[in-house]
Design a protein around this ligand. Structure first.
Ligand code: ADP
Length: 638
């Protein structure tokens, strides 16, 4: 039976599973696609926003560089190169520059031009005294004489320096200092140069400082001031870049307070640049120089190459172009394209023609912003998808139940037809045989004829009972049995039912004891239906009893209910069987039940009627020891 049932059901279940699984799979697929698209859409939206902001950054960078380029391009070629250098550095156009002439020769940082060598006998004698004879005092006198007699101011200045040197060597420091400071204060010496082309006066001042050594001396301060002023005065064309840088560095070493020379770094960088390999440069473009982290940009006519320190440049460009950018959960990085970066940027774009080797990148910070934005929509999709899947599943369950019920009903109908045909056939064939015998006049004996007629009547009665049960069952199936609810006395119901089976009880030799408590309350229900219940139960007791033919009926009231107990001492049944006997067509032992004239419907009819009356039925049984059926019916409410 169960194998047949599963065979009937599995295609249905398979189809149902497909009906759920296929749309569910489709919904899930659509959902994943939708979620992916949503994420892409949000990403695209963010990209558009960020791209707009980066375009603004590029515009501001273009402004920033066009100003610098204008500053480099608008330099008057006639302006002295040192002045140009200082101007561009001091106005922040570049961190340093190298200036070229039209032929590509370096104009700044410049070397001094060599001065005239000294070709004088007296000078050689003085040098002899100083260096060979180691007589600085006399050498000083000789140099003093040369200075006094010299027509050439350069020679006079050189002789004075030599005199001071010799005086210092001979222990006359103060005199030496006086010469270096007082004498050289005379403006006529201000542009004098030594044989290497260096200005004599600034060097003499430096020498004086070295001789004084005591920084608290007022003269010391005065010289420092004079020297500093001379060094920062870039209109002084006589001072070469080399000498200026040397003096600045020397002063920095010498003075404890470390004077600040705003152009010193620029000077050093320019010289480093000139000393390094010159890389080709394209005018108007920021390009790498051969010095690490230093960038160069040539003016359109290539006469000025601005030099830029990478770190400072990034700071400047950030202030100029990035300070207005506001991005939540993202930051913009402006850096050379080859610079090491932390992870893959969300968006990267070149900066433009002026900065071909640079890149603007957007990095996402904290929680992924587009994921967060997409999350909300995705949640909606998820819930919708879930709902659809649940609806599918719910519908499938409902359909499965409905189909299950239909299948069960069909099976019941088939069973019913089979049972009905079989059950009707047995009494009918008995009747036919008996009637045939009577017709053929084969039994002449009156008593035998009576016996046959009694048998025919019995089979007829059995047939009627069967048909009654089938009809009741059929009505039940169609749910058409309408019970008439009236006040019914339990005692009367029992009496009526006992009367109906009395003959059967007597003929089979049963001993029936009925014990009905006095003055039982009424129950409300359908009298005929309740009589049917008791008849069926007594009938079963008769059918399933063997030698011990006693039946006890007890009717009593407890806890607002009326109880009907039917106890027999028959064949009984197993515990397992007790759980199924109320199922339609269930019979513990089919051959025995058929022999007894049952069709497996009696107890299901009983249960149906009792349930319809709001009561309950249970059974207590043991194989071989008999069964007790307990029917409970609620009392009519007073
Ligand atoms: P049937 O018409 O076959 O008697 P029922 O629905 O009345 O059908 O009973 C179902 C089955 O329960 C019976 O076939 C029988 O095996 C078992 N049964 C019912 N009443 C008793 C009883 N008093 N003692 C033993 N078995 C019983």
């Amino acid at each position: 039976m169960s194998a047949g049932r599963s065979r009937e059901l599995w295609p249905v279940l398979l189809m149902l599973s497909l009906a759920v699984l296929v749309p569910t799979a489709c919904v899930l697929w659509f959902m994943t696609q939708a979620m992916r698209n949503e994420r892409l859409a949000v990403r695209q939206k963010l990209e558009d926003i960020y791209q707009g902001q980066l375009a603004g950054v590029r515009d501001r960078l273009d402004d920033f560089w066009s100003k610098k380029l204008d500053a480099l391009a608008n330099i008057d070629p006639k302006q002295p190169p040192a002045e140009v250098f200082a101007h561009l550095v001091n106005t922040g156009v570049a961190d340093s520059e190298v200036l070229f002439d039209d032929a590509g020769q370096i104009r700044y940082p410049n070397q001094p031009e060599l001065g005239e060598a000294i070709d004088l006998e007296a000078w050689q004698d003085a040098e002899q005294l100083e260096h060979v004879e180691a007589n600085p005092a006399e050498a000083a006198a000789s140099y003093a004489t040369i200075a006094q007699q010299a027509n050439d101011v350069n020679l006079a200045a050189r002789a004075l320096v030599a005199q001071a040197r010799c005086l210092a060597k001979s222990g006359q420091r103060q005199v030496a200092i006086k010469i270096l400071t007082d004498t050289f204060a005379d403006p006529k010496y201000s542009d004098t140069i030594d044989p290497l082309g260096r200005l004599i006066v600034p060097n003499a001042w430096l020498y004086a400082l070295e001789l004084i050594a005591d920084s608290s001396d007022p003269i010391y301060h005065q010289i420092v001031k004079q020297l500093q002023q001379r060094l920062i005065d870039y209109s002084d064309a006589a001072l070469s870049a080399t000498q200026r840088r040397f003096l600045m560095q020397r002063l920095m070493e010498l003075l404890p307070e470390k004077p600040r020379f705003p152009t010193l770094d620029a000077e050093i960088l320019a010289v480093d640049y000139v000393d390094a390999r010159l890389l080709p440069t394209k005018p108007g473009c920021l390009m790498r120089s051969s010095i690490d982290k230093v960038w160069q940009m040539a003016s359109p006519d290539r006469t000025i190459v601005g030099l830029f320190d990478e770190d400072r440049l990034i700071d400047q460009m950030r202030i100029a172009a990035l300070s207005e950018v506001s991005m939540t959960n993202a930051r913009v990085i402006l850096a050379p394209a080859t610079a090491a970066s932390d992870g893959e940027p969300f968006l990267a774009m070149p900066v433009g023609e002026v900065l071909p080797d640079w890149q603007l990148s957007v990095y996402l910070q904290g929680d992924n912003p587009f994921a967060a934005a997409a999350e909300k929509r995705v949640a909606v999709y998820l819930w919708t998808g879930l709902l659809v899947v649940l609806v599918f599943a719910g519908l499938a369950v409902l359909i499965a139940r409905h189909l299950g019920r239909q299948v069960k009903l069909t099976r019941l109908k088939n069973d019913l037809i089979a049972t009905v045909s079989h059950e009707l056939k047995t009494p009918l064939s008995s009747i036919r045989v008996l009637v045939d015998t009577l017709i053929d006049n084969e039994c002449s004996d009156e008593t035998q004829t009576q016996e046959y007629l009694a048998l025919i009547a019995k089979e007829n009665l059995r047939l009627s009972r069967l048909i009654d049960n089938f009809l009741t069952f059929s009505r039940m199936e169609r749910n058409k049995r309408a019970f008439e609810s009236r006040e019914v006395s339990p005692a009367e119901v029992v009496t009526e039912a006992v009367e109906a089976v009395q003959e059967r009880l007597d003929s089979a030799g049963f001993e029936l004891s009925v014990d009905v408590t006095q003055n039982l309350p009424q129950v409300s229900g359908d009298r005929d239906a309740l009589v049917t219940v008791i008849i069926n139960l007594l009938d079963n007791a008769i059918k399933y009893s063997k030698d011990d033919r006693r039946i006890e009926v007890n009717v009593y009231e407890t806890d607002g209910s009326v109880y009907f107990n039917f106890a027999d001492h028959g064949i009984g049944m197993s515990r397992r069987a007790t759980r199924r006997i109320f199922d339609r067509f269930y019979q513990v032992d089919q051959s025995l039940s058929r022999q007894a004239g049952g069709c497996g419907l009696g107890l299901s009819i009983v249960k149906f009627i009792i349930d319809a009356h709001g009561g309950s039925i249970s059974v207590d049984s043991q194989p071989g020891k008999g069964s007790t059926f307990i029917v409970r019916l609620p009392m009519t409410e007073q």
